[in-house]
Ligand binder design. Structure first.
Ligand code: NDP
Length: 502
């Protein structure tokens, strides 16, 4: 595909099963961060549109057929969505690459992984059963049933737009919830298209509504009284605001807030595999990745050789046009994000860390590209060791023994993921238990599976996505007790009436 194939796509809000203009009638455009070309136009939603969307989702939940459909019926719809995502694979990957700036090969992987999530949720839709208790006593039988929570506000970021909405939405739908979705204004395209596919797959009107826009849409969604749950992925700073707004109204809240993920490289590890994982871990998606392995802790005895090998490989990572299948690092998503990266790199330079590679923009006629960057001799208290940069910037620290490494690894406010590379099984197991992170990889990095729960400790978030427990995220439990036979004890026995109570 070349740039000349690109036509501007026109998109409206998706409300109550229809594509409609926003209340204001205003629109906004998305420009490809790699090519500086307008690729799409969207309706600019506002608080009034959020109100329309929540009303539609509320009606679909309270009075529509979706929550009452049998699990097998909802499962069929979700399975069809997975098939339609695969049918439109090229289209979706192209939107993702153009709007986010990620390489087209990684966009294809993202689309494939998203389809898998819809398939997995389709399976779970048939397993939302509860428990029965028949051992509470001879005169009682109890049931514990899962009921859908209601209307869910889903707010997603720009780094993996289709994947992240697919980590939330199909699981909400599987149990019978309805949703209002707000994609990042930088990358709304795949979410809008996904909503069209959900309607095509047979979801009822109002089950999924999409409001595009910015500057107040998200906060209207988290503060709306008719919303039962907010599921947000983004920065810790905004996550705190979501928690405050939702907490005030006692909504359920699920937050996935990124990390500063450490990889511990021990001297006895398979250093070839570890170097490959370090380079992949930090430069994948240009480092705009909550699971970015942006903090590497290397045992001092091998540090110089290991870092030299990482730099050797990092130099060969192709940076450039996302539409070129050879590209491994595409464009930075926005000028704002580029400024964030530049600020952190400048802080790294002004400290006593050593800049060994990169540290600047890649010269190009269009777009915004950043060089794969490596800082060595980073100290744990430096901002480039503690804060999420969300760019292709690696910070290398050193340690002498594993206890020290785990202490450094655990010393930031985050706790999303962590990794250890060693051939010593005891070291691997004890570090895995001691690392305060939602996911620990041993001798691997970044793989994820729909079957495995995902989420963070500490400031990396609240709650878990995926896995079997995803059902629990979007349901609430009801206990039903049945009297078996006649109750023999009465608090106040009925008065005697010759004709009985009637
Ligand atoms: P933010 O974390 O700032 O989130 C922006 C989104 O949050 C927008 O959709 C916005 O909607 C919404 N929002 C803002 N306030 C509220 C609120 N009170 N309630 C509900 N939603 C709200 O993302 P940015 O794009 O600005 O990225 C900033 C940093 O976040 C990055 O540099 C990176 O470090 C991190 N990040 C982490 C990600 C992750 O995967 N964990 C993903 C992306 C970014 P509206 O504009 O309508 O108000």
């Amino acid at each position: 595909m070349t740039l000349t194939d690109i036509a501007i796509s026109e998109n409206r809000l998706i409300l109550d099963g229809q594509e409609v203009d926003s209340v204001s009638g205003e629109t906004f455009e998305r420009t490809s961060p790699a090519h500086d070309v307008v690729v799409a136009r969207y309706a600019k939603g506002g608080a009034g549109d959020v109100a329309r969307a929540v009303t539609a989702a509320r009606r679909a939940f309270d009075a529509g057929p979706w929550p009452k459909r049998a699990g097998v019926e909802r499962s069929r719809v979700l399975r069809r969505v997975a098939d339609l995502i695969r049918r439109d694979r090229d289209h979706l990957a192209r939107i993702e690459a153009l709007e986010s700036g990620k390489p087209i090969t990684q966009a294809f992987d993202e689309v494939d992984a998203s389809a898998e999530l819809w398939d997995y949720a389709a399976t779970l839709a048939r397993h939302s059963y509860g428990d029965a208790h028949n051992d509470l006593g001879p005169d009682v039988l109890a049931m514990v049933v899962n009921e859908p929570l209601g209307v869910v506000s889903i707010i997603t970021p720009w780094n993996f737009p289709l994947l992240i909405v697919s980590q939330k939405l199909p699981f909400a739908l599987a149990v019978g919830c309805t949703a209002v979705v707000k994609p990042s204004e930088l990358t709304p395209g795949t979410t809008v298209h996904l909503a069209r596919l959900i309607i095509e797959a047979g979801a009822d009107e109002g089950v999924v509504n999409v409001v595009t826009g910015s500057g107040g849409v998200g906060s209207a969604m988290s503060a709306h009284p008719d919303v039962d749950m907010i599921s947000f992925t983004g920065s810790t700073e905004v996550g705190r605001k979501v928690a405050a707004a939702g907490g005030q109204l006692l909504k359920r809240i699920e937050l996935e807030l990124g990390g500063k993920n450490p990889q511990i490289i021990c001297a006895d590890a398979d250093l070839d595999a570890a170097a490959d994982a370090v380079v992949f871990g930090v430069y994948f998606n240009a480092g705009e990745c909550c699971n970015s392995g942006s903090r590497v802790l290397v045992q001092r005895s091998i540090a110089d050789d290991f870092v030299a090998e990482v730099i050797n490989r990092a130099r060969r990572v192709p940076v450039g046009d996302p539409l070129d299948p050879a590209t491994k690092v595409g464009a930075i998503v926005s000028d704002e994000q580029l400024a964030v990266i530049e600020r952190y790199v400048s802080e790294g330079r002004s400290g006593d860390a050593e800049l060994l590679l990169g540290g600047g923009r890649v010269a190009s006629d269009t777009g915004r590209f950043y060089q794969p960057t490596v800082f060595a001799n980073v100290r744990p208290e430096m901002s480039i060791a503690r804060e999420e940069i969300f760019g292709p910037v690696l910070s290398v620290l050193t340690f002498d023994n594993l206890d020290e490494a785990v202490g450094i690894a655990n010393s930031t406010m985050y706790g999303l993921s962590a990794g250890i590379w060693t051939r010593d099984i005891n070291a691997a197991l004890s570090a895995s238990r001691a690392l305060r992170a939602g996911t620990v990889w041993v001798n691997r990095w970044m793989d994820g599976y729909p079957e495995l729960p995902f989420g963070g400790y500490n400031a990396s978030g609240e709650g878990r996505e995926l896995g079997r427990q995803a059902i629990g995220s979007f349901t609430q439990t009801k206990t039903i007790q049945l009297q078996v036979g006649e109750r023999t004890t009465r608090w106040v026995p009925a008065a005697h009436h010759p004709g009985g109570l009637s």
